[in-house]
Write a protein that binds this ligand. Sequence first.
Ligand code: NAD
Ligand code: DAU
Length: 352
Amino acid sequence: MAKHKLLITGGAGFIGSHVVRLFVNAYPDYDIVNLDKLTYAGNLENLKDIENKPNYRFIKGDITDGDFIQNLFASEHFDGVIHLAAESHVDRSISNPLAFVVTNVVGTVNLLNAALAHWKDDLSQKRFYHVSTDEVYGSLGDTGLFTETTPYDPKSPYSASKASSDHFVRAYHNTYGLNVVLSNCSNNYGPHQFPEKLIPLFINNIKHNKPLPVYGDGKYTRDWLWVEDHATAIDVVYHKGRIGETYNVGGFNEWQNIDLIKVLCKTMDEKLGRETGSSEKLITYVKDRAGHDRRYAIDATKINQELGWAPSLQFEEGIAKTVDWYLANEEWLDHVTSGAYQQYYEQQYDQR
Ligand code: NAD
Ligand code: DAU
């Protein structure tokens, strides 16, 4: 029997690399292709441990190039796609919205078009899985949770582009009968996250005794999920999710930024052997993010009851593991924070 041939896009990024690793190790009989443009956020060092496995191949390529994507589908005969490639950082979307439209919307539609063109005689046997975010639902007040039926209300250019791509995926199911499935996940954390996002940025700054730039009053709330738990959710949704359905994924783990930052500071003090309280002294309140969403929180009941998925790790344990990883992988952190990162940092933070 022919091997199941799976395309994973964005597999050199933070979440994508954990998904690639899980699938390569769990499914030796699959033929897994990782397609990634290797933007600033993509890094093949994230995949060193599996890069020589016989069921894995990397292809460098750009999802915004429609001809390239059509040719790839024509030559590779994929059975399924797990689509993670995206521009993913809200702050960058505020400075350059168009890049998010091009990658997140046009890139997704290129993949949908190629899937449709090459799968049209066998639509129900193929699967297009779109990985999305809870930010499409907008912002919550003090109470309530996002469910799969919460109306879309994206408020940043990033979330607007992800919402648009979600709508296209559903439209291709409704209009052309493409076998799609989607998930919308809360904030991930763990090893290999690029240090533009809150947790790795603050770990890096504490390490170098630099100020910790807390946006606004610091009382914004996020629901944090260990990245490997997102990868296991993606595994069950890809294999067992019902056609056309959406599954919310989250950690039932809400933290106000400032409380999370204090846990991080305490953990860093312990791991670095510094006096308790020394990292907290680096906390600096800075100008708020424009249009900052106040609170996200996910109701992950559907994926739990229907597909049996649940997060595996408590937050304190996950934070300790994350800090250990960044401290043990100085070289990785030094590589990604050299060159273009310094320029980004100055642009983003010097005027706050
Ligand atoms: P990331 O920025 O770490 O990685 C994105 C990857 O996509 C990189 O490897 C990059 O090189 C690649 N890429 C970007 N543009 C490309 C293009 N034009 N062609 C091919 N590859 C391209 O992002 P992440 O945090 O790992 O997020 C992955 C996906 O999960 C995104 O779709 C994001 O919206 C979604 N998501 C992220 C989170 C989170 O907390 N990080 C939560 C929910 C959903
Ligand atoms: O909810 C899922 C989303 O989570 C994903 O779709 C996005 O790809 C991912 O980037 C993340 O978005 P956030 O904007 O929530 O993550 P970020 O790490 O950028 O910020 C987390 C919170 O911390 C947010 O309230 C802004 C705040 N923050 C962030 C940075 C980078 C600061 O206070 N200071 C900072 O320097």
